[in-house]
Design a binder for this molecule. Structure first.
Ligand SMILES: *Cc1c(COP(=O)(O)O)cnc(C)c1O
Length: 516
């Protein structure tokens, strides 16, 4: 396509309503709602004496009123603007946007699981406790670890949980160490977690091959180091081959090894983190075990612990004895050896996510989960092999794991950036890949297809990216610099939106005033 077609599309798309065919412009509910309309008929109340005293509302609250069909249309239209894994491929690197099997949803909606309330007496929910225990058993088996905290509600929350256990273990030893080592390629949540707990973050540089330099780790292992936080496979999509040597060095220095397990999808059923010398690791159930995510959750980030950290796991603990499962909510009810660091949040974790994750595990079985890792890695390498002649690889010498990382070397001299490419991919009907992360690679383009894409789906995605790559190389800048052309909104000032968000809607000025 050339500039002319894009320009003409811009002008011919002007319509009277602002709609573009069935892509309907949707105002805010406050803009379309009226104060004299409501979706329900409520009888005028009979005379009564209000008992609110001075708290009685003096003016109208200004809530928008709509008829039922108008309300219905408003929210259904909004829902149709969403792009999700159920709409199309979502190659967002590091996020493992895999298909969420409908069976999981069916299980989570079973009345006995979907309708329970966290304040219900425990005697009425033995099955829920058993389900948590069974999921814990699977997680421990898959990771080769000794204990698990089911409470954390996200990966980042899991990091906090794991690092709090490390802090408690060090305090029990009477060693308040102050430094946490974090590789440069780490996800931003890692240094944020360490900093939140008051640690000084010491970055560890990467080697030329994209992995963490064990020699650089060794150099920094002073008696003040509390832990290292390391991701494996790392955020460049590469397996850290020196991980066992790094774990040994960390332990020899009296520190603990926290692993960010967000990328577990690449090795589930293949590698047990416990065998690598890891002391604590969170597992994003919403990534590896297919519970829906994006748009704010809910997620679940259980943390598995080694023998050394198991006693410090937070409450509550699900315990099994002759009478079945019970929940230890206080340290006094926990086993003698337990020294829980406390509680991380109310209740017992994200039950709906537990049901979905266990449903996923049971329907795949041990062999099926191993196949997940195989296929996720195969799909990423298929994309890598299919695009490496037109896009550049920062680490060309070894295959990738579950995600493939390109850099922007191939865009040099075109006047087109990684961001432009991502925006042009929106016009092709895809959610963009992860861009500019990890930071260790210039103009990073991180693609994670997951195992749930078919070969046909991968081929179409590859063809779309090849077409964009060829256009970029031909110098067709217009296709990129103004993209997205077909989205409901064009290119937004994302920095300003993040830095100075406008969180309060104010009514537009009446037409009369505006004209003055
Ligand atoms: C997703 C992710 C996290 C954070 O997980 P959340 O559930 O989003 O809090 C941490 N590290 C890595 C490498 C990730 O990909």
């Amino acid at each position: 396509m050339n500039i002319a077609t894009f320009e003409s599309q811009e002008t011919t798309a002007e319509t009277f309503t602002g709609n573009r065919a069935l892509a309907i412009e949707e105002p805010l509910i406050f803009e379309i709602g009226r104060s004299d309309t409501t979706g329900v008929d409520v009888d005028e109340p009979e005379a009564f004496t209000p008992r609110l005293g001075a708290l009685e509302r003096k003016s109208s609250i200004g809530l928008p009123g709509l008829s039922e069909p108008e309300t219905m249309r408003h929210y259904v239209r909004l829902s149709q603007k969403n792009y999700g894994i159920d709409t199309g491929m979502f190659p967002l690197g590091s996020c493992t946007m895999k298909h969420n099997p409908r069976l999981n949803e069916k299980m989570a909606r079973l009345p006995g699981l979907g309708d329970i309330h966290p304040l219900q007496p425990l005697s009425t929910v033995p099955g829920a406790l058993e389900l948590i225990a069974e999921l814990s058993r699977w997680l421990l088996e898959l990771t080769g670890m000794s204990a698990v905290a089911m409470l954390p509600k996200a990966g980042a929350h899991g990091e906090l949980c794991g690092m709090m256990a490390i802090k408690a273990a060090l305090a029990a030893r009477g060693e308040p160490r102050t430094v946490v080592l974090v590789p440069e390629s780490a996800h931003g949540t890692n240094p944020a977690t360490a900093a939140l707990l008051g640690y000084r973050v010491e970055p560890v540089p990467a080697r030329g091959d994209g992995t963490v330099d064990a020699v650089e780790v060794q150099k920094r292992l002073t008696a003040d180091v509390a832990a290292i936080m390391l991701t494996n496979p790392n955020t460049c999509g590469l397996f850290e081959r020196d991980i066992v040597a790094i774990a040994d060095a960390v332990h020899a220095a009296g520190a603990y090894f926290y692993a960010d397990g967000a990328n577990f999808n690449a090795i589930v059923g293949k590698v047990r983190p416990g065998d690598l010398g890891i002391d604590a690791m969170h597992i994003n159930l919403h990534k590896t075990f297919s519970t829906p995510h994006g748009g704010g959750g809910p997620g679940a980030g259980p943390v598995v612990f080694s023998d050394a950290l198991a006693p410090f796991a937070p409450l509550p603990l699900v315990l099994a004895d002759k009478e079945g499962h019970r929940l230890a909510e206080h340290a006094s009810e926990a086993p003698q050896t337990a020294r829980p660091f406390g509680r991380l949040s109310a209740f017992h974790g994200q039950m709906g996510m537990f049901v979905r994750a266990l449903s996923y595990m049971l329907s795949h079985g041990a062999d099926g989960l191993r196949q997940v890792a195989h296929d996720a890695v195969l799909n990423a390498n298929y994309i890598r092999a299919s695009l490496k002649d037109v896009m550049s690889l920062p680490y060309p010498d070894r295959p990738c794991m579950h995600e493939v990382l390109f850099d922007d070397h191939w865009l040099e001299g075109t006047g087109i950036t990684t961001l432009d490419l991502a925006k042009a991919l929106i016009d092709e009907g895809y959610h963009p890949m992860t861009v500019y992360f990890p930071l260790v690679v210039h103009g990073a383009i991180l693609i994670e297809p997951t195992e749930s894409e078919s070969k046909a789906s991968l081929d179409l995605f590859i063809a779309a990216l090849r077409d964009l790559a060829m256009a970029a190389k031909r110098g067709d800048r217009a296709r990129f610099t103004g993209a997205p052309y077909y989205a409901p909104r064009r290119r937004l000032d994302e920095t300003r939106a993040a830095r100075t968000p406008v969180l309060r809607w104010t009514p537009l000025k009446p037409q009369r005033e505006a004209a003055e």
